[in-house]
Design a protein around this ligand. Structure first.
Ligand code: FAD
Length: 525
C-alpha cells in the first residue's frame, strides 16, 4: 500500500480493489473498509483499470448496468463495452485528456453482454501515484438512454413547436414584464422589417392599453389580457395603414435558476398574437369611403345652406336692429303718423322673414360619440381631398404617429372640422403665383390627449388676427368668393364639443399652423 495524497482516495491494491488514504487519527482504521464498502455499494457503475484500460475491478452496479459479472469483466479491456458506434475522434480526445492526467467526461455508445445498446455517461478520473504519474483510471458511468430519449423528445417537440410557430401566418411575440420581446416568430420579424419599426409589439401594446383604459386583464396563467382588439398601424413614410386583430394571453414560465428549485418561482409573460386584417379592412374601407364620400357631399351641401342662411340672417339683423330702434324711438315720442306705422309694419315683416329664415336653417346632424382614431379621420379627409390637392399642385407631408390612442369622438363632425382646416390651407396657398405649396398633417399622442397639426406654406395669418379669425363671419378674403367666414367658427365649436382646444401656433414662422388637441377621455360630469 503506497502513500496517497491527502484526501485523494484511489486504488492501492488493484487486484483486491482495496483503497486507503493518508488521514489522521482513528479514521485510518476504518477508512479502507468504508471506501471499499462505499464503492461496492454505490448505485453507479464503477471500474478501476490500469493505464491501458484493462479492467482491474468492477462494482456490483457495473455488473447490473453491463450484464458482465466481475469475473467476466476483470482482465478484459474497457473497449469490450464499445458498441463500435462512437466516433473514433471521441476516443482520441478521451485518451489525449486522461493521458495528460486530466479527468474526461462524455457520452459513449456501449453494448451490454446481451448485445443491447445503451448510452453511457462516463467520467474517467486518472489516479496519480506518489510521483504524480498516472497509475490507474477510475471509470464511473451510468445508463442515460432514457434521459437522452427524453431530451430528444423535448428538443424534437421544441423544434416542432418552433417550426409551427414560425410557419404560422400570424405575428407572435412573447413579452416579459418590461414589455421586452424575449421570443418571436418569422412573421413578427417580417413585420418589423415591413413597418420599419424596432419593436411593433410594444407599440401595439401601448395602443391596446390606451384603448382599454382600464388596463389589461388579470395576469393569471392562461388568462386573456385582451382579445380581438383591432389596432391600426400607420407605418412611417406615408405608407398605407395596416390593420391587425390582436390578442394577448398571459403565460407562466417556471424559473430555471437553481434558487428556484424548491421555491417554484415563476414569471408571467404576455403572448401577443397579431393577425393582419388589412385586406379585409381594405374591402370594408372601399365601401366605407364610397359611403363617406356621399355623406360628406350631402353634409357639405347642408352646411353650405346653413352657412348661406346664417350669413343672410347675420346681414339682415343689422338693418332690422336699426329699424327696431327707430320704431322704438318714434313710439317713445308718441309719433303715430303713417310713416311710423309703415316702419312698424316693415319691421314686423322683416322679423317674420328672419324667423322664416331661422326655421329654414337645417339642423346639424346628430351623432353619438364612438372610439375614434384621429389618423383615420385625417386620412379619410385627405383621401377625399386628393383630387383638389393634386390639381392645386400641393405636396402633402403625412406624418401620423404610427399607433394613436382613440378618442371619444363624433367622426362626422371631426371630418367636417378637418376638412374646413384643409380647405382653408388649400385656399391660402392656391393664389396665383404662390410657389411653395406644402401641406403637412401630423398627429401624436400626448399625455391624455391627441394632437393634430395642420400646417400650410401659405402667407399665414397676422398675429393680431389669431383670435379674431375664429369669430363667425370673419374673413380675411375681402368679400371674396363664396367665403362666409364660418369655417373656423365651426371648427372651434367641434373642438369644444370634444372638450379640446384649437389655436394658431404663434411660434411657427411662415405659413399657418393650426394645432388641435383632443382629449382621450371624456371629462367627468
Ligand atoms: P482504441 O481506442 O484504439 O483502443 C485500442 C486499445 O488501445 C484499447 O485497449 C484502448 O484501451 C487502448 N488505448 C487506446 N489509446 C490509448 C492510449 N492513449 N493510452 C493507452 N491505451 C490506449 N470505451 C467504451 O467504449 N466504453 C466504456 O464504457 C469505456 N470505459 C472506459 C473506462 C476507463 C476507465 C477507460 C480508461 C477507458 C474506457 N473506454 C471505454 C475507452 C476504451 O478503453 C477504448 O479506448 C474504446 O472503447 C475504444 O476502443 P477501440 O478498441 O475501438 O479502439
Amino acid at each position: 500500500m503506497s502513500q496517497r495524497k491527502k484526501s485523494q482516495p484511489a486504488v492501492a491494491d488493484a487486484n483486491s480493489g482495496v483503497a486507503s488514504a493518508a488521514v489522521s487519527g482513528a479514521s485510518v482504521e476504518i477508512l479502507p473498509r468504508v471506501f471499499r464498502e462505499a464503492v461496492a455499494q454505490a448505485d453507479i457503475a464503477i471500474s478501476i483499470t490500469d493505464t491501458r484500460a484493462n479492467i482491474l475491478y468492477v462494482n456490483p452496479a457495473f455488473e447490473r448496468v453491463t450484464g458482465y459479472s466481475g469475473a467476466e469483466a476483470v482482465g478484459k479491456n474497457q473497449s469490450m463495452l464499445s458498441a463500435k458506434a462512437t466516433p473514433a475522434a471521441v476516443y482520441k480526445q478521451l485518451w489525449r485528456t486522461i493521458d495528460a492526467g486530466a479527468p474526461w467526461t462524455g457520452r459513449l455508445i456501449n453494448h451490454r453482454k446481451d448485445g443491447g445498446e445503451y448510452l453511457a455517461d462516463l467520467l474517467i478520473t486518472p489516479v496519480l501515484d506518489a510521483e504524480g504519474r498516472v497509475g490507474n483510471y477510475l471509470g464511473i458511468h451510468r445508463d442515460v438512454t432514457a434521459m437522452h430519449r427524453l431530451e430528444c423528445q423535448v428538443n424534437n417537440q421544441k423544434a416542432l413547436i418552433e417550426s409551427v410557430v414560425d410557419s404560422a401566418p400570424v405575428a407572435i411575440a412573447l413579452l416579459d414584464g418590461q414589455d421586452c420581446v424575449v421570443l418571436d416568430n418569422h412573421e413578427y420579424k417580417k413585420l418589423m422589417g415591413d413597418l420599419g419599426m424596432a419593436e411593433p409589439a410594444s407599440i401595439i401594446l401601448d395602443a391596446v392599453r390606451a384603448d382599454l383604459g382600464h388596463g389589461l386583464g388579470p395576469a393569471r396563467d392562461g388568462a386573456q389580457a385582451f382579445a380581438d382588439r383591432e389596432i391600426r398601424v400607420d407605418p412611417p413614410g406615408g405608407k398605407s395603414p395596416r390593420w391587425f386583430s390582436c390578442t394577448g394571453t398571459w403565460v407562466r414560465s417556471v424559473d430555471e435558476g437553481a434558487d428556484a428549485f424548491f421555491g417554484h418561482k415563476d414569471s408571467i409573460y404576455l403572448l401577443l398574437v397579431a393577425k393582419e386584417i388589412t385586406l379585409q379592412r381594405a374591402q370594408q374601407e372601399k365601401a366605407r369611403m364610397a359611403a363617406l364620400q356621399a355623406m360628406m357631399a350631402e353634409e357639405n351641401r347642408v352646411s353650405g345652406i346653413r352657412e348661406s342662411l346664417s350669413a343672410a340672417l347675420f346681414q339682415m339683423e343689422g338693418p332690422l336692429n336699426v329699424l327696431a330702434s327707430v320704431v322704438a324711438m318714434q313710439g317713445r315720442r308718441g309719433q303715430h303718423d303713417p310713416t311710423a306705422a309703415a316702419l312698424g309694419e316693415a319691421l314686423r315683416a322683416g322679423q317674420d322673414v328672419l324667423d322664416t329664415l331661422r326655421r329654414a336653417i337645417p339642423e346639424p346632424s346628430t351623432e353619438t360619440a364612438t372610439a375614434t382614431n384621429v389618423n383615420e379621420v385625417l386620412r379619410d379627409v385627405l383621401d377625399l381631398t386628393t383630387g383638389r390637392l393634386l390639381a392645386a399642385g400641393v405636396t402633402v407631408n403625412w406624418k401620423p404617429q404610427s399607433v394613436l390612442p382613440t378618442i371619444p369622438g363624433y367622426p362626422i363632425r371631426l371630418r367636417a372640422m378637418i376638412k374646413a382646416l384643409i380647405d382653408n390651407a388649400l385656399e391660402a396657398m392656391n393664389t396665383k403665383g404662390w410657389r411653395v405649396r406644402e401641406l403637412t398633417l401630423a398627429t401624436r399622442g400626448l399625455l391624455g390627449s391627441v394632437e393634430i397639426l395642420i400646417e400650410d406654406s401659405g402667407p399665414g395669418i397676422a398675429p393680431e388676427l389669431h383670435l379674431k379669425v375664429f369669430e363667425p363671419f370673419f374673413t380675411t378674403k375681402n368679400g371674396g368668393g363664396h367665403h362666409a367666414g364660418t369655417g373656423l367658427a365651426m371648427a372651434q365649436q367641434v373642438v369644444a364639443d370634444h372638450g379640446g382646444m384649437i389655436e394658431i401656433d404663434a411660434a411657427h414662422g411662415g405659413g399657418c399652423r393650426m394645432r388641435v388637441t383632443l382629449p382621450t377621455r371624456r371629462a367627468e360630469g
